[in-house]
Design a protein around this ligand. Structure first.
Ligand code: PEP
Ligand code: MN
Length: 258
């Protein structure tokens, strides 16, 4: 059965704060289905997973490509979970668009202006991640490439920037959350996984993001992080995610009382 396309309004009319979770990369049907079932059991309705992976080294796992998209579609069919997956270039845009409920533009493509223009012509939510070398101003201007085409269904994600600090993988620019909320009318999310680089830092960064006013979190979760084909050190296992989920919700409940 053809389902109507998801809109940002639908997303936020049902839930006030959105969790997007799932593996860095789609690796197998079992991995993705287990994750989708687990997330749905918690009430998480959005699953991420890269089928086309922008890897720093060409020797690293590059993703299962269309086979990966088919696995995501299967998880959606079985569980009803909504799918967020990355579109890396205009060549695979029409293929990825067929499978994704929300298109992800990765940090490395934040200033790929031709790709931004192309997704700006679509009637589909676009989640754009801040380039790790981009200022907030540049990030805002990237969003304008999308909205100028008529597509205002945008989610902006702070995911850490490069600084002189090397004790974490990237420096989460927590200030970007309140600043962006003043500058754009879009939901502002945080991805704490990529700046953390290590699983044990993901929860404190998530709690800080909630405190700063984020509208949602995008978190890497894997059934067996140690054997993940990418970003194995930062992905949470199911138990770690369950704990984070409960604590983030507890903090949100507390904040909402004041
Ligand atoms: C990702 O979310 O899968 C990813 C590659 O992150 P980023 O583009 O922020 O590096
Ligand atoms: Mn990753």
């Amino acid at each position: 059965m053809m389902m109507p396309d998801l809109t940002i309004e639908d997303i936020f009319s049902r839930e006030k704060f959105i969790f997007i979770a799932g593996p860095c990369a789609v690796e197998s049907e079992e991995q993705v289905l287990d994750t989708a079932r687990f997330l749905k059991s918690l009430g998480v309705n959005f699953m991420r997973g890269g089928a086309y992976k922008p890897r720093t080294s060409p020797r690293s796992f590059q993703g299962l490509k269309e086979e990966g998209l088919k696995i995501l579609a299967k998880a959606k069919d079985e569980t009803g979970i909504n799918i967020i997956t990355e579109v890396m270039d205009s060549d695979n845009l029409s293929t990825v668009t067929k499978y994704a409920d929300i298109l992800q533009i990765g940090s490395r493509n934040c200033q790929n202006f031709s790709l931004l223009r192309r997704v700006g012509e679509l009637n589909k939510p676009v989640l754009i991640k801040r380039g790790f070398g981009n200022t907030v101003d540049e990030f805002v201007q990237a969003s304008e490439y999308i909205s100028n085409g008529g597509n205002n269904q945008i989610i902006m994600v702070e995911r850490g920037i490069r600084t002189f600090e090397s004790s974490t993988r990237f420096t989460l620019d927590i200030s970007a959350v309140p600043v962006l909320k003043e500058r754009v009318p879009y939901p502002i999310f945080v991805d704490p996984s990529h700046p953390a680089g290590l699983a044990r830092y993901v929860e404190p960064l998530s709690l800080a993001s909630v405190g700063a006013g984020a509208d949602g979190l995008m978190i890497e979760v894997h059934p067996d992080p140690q054997n993940a084909l990418s970003d194995s050190k930062q992905q949470l296992n199911f138990e770690q995610f369950r704990l984070l989920f409960d604590r983030v919700n507890a903090l949100r409940d507390t904040i909402s009382k004041f």
